[in-house]
Design a protein around this ligand. Structure first.
Ligand code: CA
Length: 278
């Protein structure tokens, strides 16, 4: 189903992009030779990428959640007996702090808000709250269904559960305050996984796809797709589950990073308009 979604999405978005920008060659040239304001990408429904730099990543870390916190990575890893929450040095990849989860828990998305980290687990309906600086556990919470990704708009916690919906949680009560169904061209988009709030939009990995969808947080409408094909060669992956799954954004520096489960690198990328050869 996900492949069908992307075929339809690409066709529709390309047709929209082509209507707006009939001279594809000029667009491609401009994307690679001119410097753009960093938010210029928002005008383009279909985006590709350029790698700005590569940073080391623990290739044993089954990445389920990634964010930047005071210049370090905060990462949640999955796997039974291998799940953790960790603070990692951004440029060296060195693990600075790490708390392991119990062997019966599978770590999932993580988000920071108001000095606290909130971490989901996959199927145990159990979430954890930590002090963001020390990783000391402050509490636990429960939720219904599965836990996949997390991010925040600065007010609510926003979580995915592998379906087509995003739940908004009050960070104090952990109760659901709002839900949005994510749709592209009126059709639901499922398998929403790792999340990141980027310049007023929600970026979401689609599980087992090399694409990220850009979502309007108020309506759930998909406003664009980022095609990350080729960023980490699939044929080099040791396991078919080692898929793209990790988005982090530094809103001050306006730097965007992506990685995947057990990938040896985190990539800083620049978003550029995508064109197709005909
Ligand atoms: Ca993230």
């Amino acid at each position: 189903m996900k492949y069908r979604f992307f075929c339809v999405a690409f066709l529709v978005l390309f047709s929209v992009a082509c209507e707006k920008k009939p001279d594809a060659a000029k667009v491609q040239t401009a994307a690679t030779t001119e410097s753009h304001p960093d938010s210029e990408w928002k005008a383009h429904p279909l985006l590709s990428y350029e790698v700005v730099r590569e940073l080391p990543h623990d290739s044993s870390a089954f990445t389920q959640g990634l964010l930047l916190s005071h210049g370090d990575w905060i990462e949640s890893t999955g796997g039974y007996g291998a799940s953790s929450i960790r603070r990692v040095a951004k440029t060296t990849g060195r693990v600075l702090m790490k708390k392991n989860l119990a062997a019966n828990l599978f770590g999932e998305g993580v988000v920071e808000l108001n000095g606290k980290l909130f971490q989901l687990t996959w199927m145990s309906q159990q979430g954890f709250i930590y002090d963001a600086k020390t990783l000391q556990q402050l509490g636990e919470f429960r939720y219904q269904g599965e836990g996949w990704g997390m991010t925040t708009d600065g007010k609510s916690l926003i979580m995915s559960d592998g379906s087509d919906r995003l739940r908004y949680l009050d960070p104090g009560t952990l109760r659901v305050t709002q839900e949005v169904v994510v749709r592209f061209n009126g059709k639901p988009v499922e398998m929403l996984n790792e999340l990141e709030f980027v310049e007023g939009e929600i970026f979401a990995n689609i599980w087992h796809a090399d694409q990220i969808v850009r979502i309007n947080p108020a309506t759930g409408t998909v406003v664009g797709v980022i095609d990350l094909s080729g960023i980490d060669a699939k044929e080099k992956r040791r396991d078919p589950e080692h898929v793209l799954n990790g988005i982090a954004y530094d809103p001050v520096a306006q730097e965007l990073f992506v990685t995947g489960k057990c990938w040896p690198k985190i990539y800083q990328i620049r978003l550029v308009p995508k064109t197709i050869s005909r």
